[in-house]
Design a protein around this ligand. Structure first.
Ligand code: ZN
Length: 386
């Protein structure tokens, strides 16, 4: 079977914003940006089947975090199962991460995980067995996961620690990038015989010159796309937007730009796409949904061909447990075309939540994920008509 290679086509640049629409072809089909990627941390997007994701408008998913998959079930199990596409019954484009962010989080407790020049060493949470995540083992695991887009192994930059810490993390990320590229280029295919694209990650913390230096280093390497990482990205939107605006003007048009961990709310997607970002992932929409926080608001195309999110009740997210929804027979969000809003009421969702029904989580995740895709579809429309 012939698989198409990774290829990008810029379909439209917004008339007066850095926002753009791009078609990205992968061995598992194409997706059109701006594209939100739901996250399947442990080989599952919580509460949603591949069919429900497709129905909600997902084009590409983050299929399994490398760190979590390496811990359980382990690379051998994934390979025996035929890879992550096969396991998840997801036949569309897939990206996976390198594990860099997860080991960074774990390393806050040095008893659990230590990071040095060779990579991260951590104890298996159940068996106590020592596991190493290095540029080499990260890329090899990502080949077994079999994602269409894989990430170079990086050291995430903490916000605390100042310039020295940011500079060290950036320089190590660059050394690890070169090692990641070397491993990838020995065989650019997945364990299942199709080509994988490799993205690098810009670090440099909150320092403009370091960020620019990091991007310049990445642009000299044979990379298919540019990701922007670090603790502040997606967490502080003010800093995220500032950092993205330093970088995106310098990235060649044909390279997809991915801001990692962005998407606490639909507004965050509008903010980063306006900076010229094409792709983003976040666990928040499904996590919020399960905890009873449901996006609520209207998307409108503005006079200058951009998109506004007009928050509904409770500043754009309703807390479904509140007694006021007990007899509210309206949809979760006015104007939402998701399965849940078409078929069910706030009253019913309140009841399911209060009775701990597993069905609540399914319906809630469908709605929140659809809201993220709807805002992307609106932005696409606004850009194309600008
Ligand atoms: Zn809905």
């Amino acid at each position: 079977m012939m698989h198409p290679k990774f290829q990008t086509t810029l379909l439209k640049q917004h008339s007066h914003l850095p926002a753009r629409v791009m078609r990205v072809e992968t061995p598992h089909g194409s997706f059109t940006t701006p594209a939100f990627m739901p996250v399947g941390t442990r080989a599952a997007v919580n509460c949603m089947t591949a069919h429900e994701l497709t129905e909600a408008g997902s084009q590409i998913i983050l299929g399994g975090n490398t760190y979590h998959m390496l811990v359980t079930p382990g690379a051998e199990f994934i390979q025996d199962s035929g890879g992550m596409h096969r396991m998840m019954a997801w036949n569309g484009p897939m990206l996976t991460d390198s594990g860099g962010y997860q080991v960074f989080s774990l390393s806050q407790n040095s008893k659990i995980c230590k990071i040095d020049e060779d990579g991260a060493k951590f104890k298996h949470p159940d068996t106590g067995q020592l596991i190493k995540l290095s540029p080499e083992s990260s890329i090899e695991t990502q080949k077994i996961i079999g994602a269409d887009i894989i990430m170079a192994f990086d050291q995430c930059t903490p916000d605390a620690g100042g310039r020295g810490v940011a500079e060290q993390a950036m320089e190590r990320t660059h050394r690890w990038l070169l090692q990641s590229i070397e491993i990838h280029q020995k065989n650019t295919q997945s364990a299942y015989g199709y080509e994988q694209a490799l993205f690098g990650i810009v670090q440099g913390g909150l320092f403009r010159d370091l960020r620019e230096q990091s991007l310049a280093f990445l642009l000299k390497q044979p990379l298919d796309g540019i990701a922007i990482g670090g603790e502040s990205i997606g967490y502080s939107m003010e800093k995220t937007v500032e950092i993205l605006n330093w970088l995106t003007p310098h990235i060649p048009q044909e390279k997809p730009r991915y801001s990692m961990g962005v998407g606490l709310s639909p507004q965050d997607l509008i903010d980063v796409v306006a900076c010229g970002i094409d792709m983003f992932d976040c666990v928040a929409p499904t996590r919020n949904a399960r905890h009873g926080s449901l996006y609520c608001g209207i998307f409108e195309i503005t006079l200058d061909n951009w998109v506004a999110f007009i928050p509904g009740e409770e500043r754009g997210r309703i807390l479904i447990k509140k007694s006021q929804y007990r007899s509210d027979h309206g949809p979760l969000s006015e104007g939402c075309d998701c399965y849940t809003c078409q078929k069910h009421t706030r009253s019913y969702m309140h009841f399911l939540f209060k009775t701990n029904s597993p069905l609540y989580s399914v319906l809630a995740c469908i709605h929140n994920v659809r809201m993220m895709h709807r805002v992307c579809e609106m932005m696409q429309k606004a850009i194309l008509s600008s």
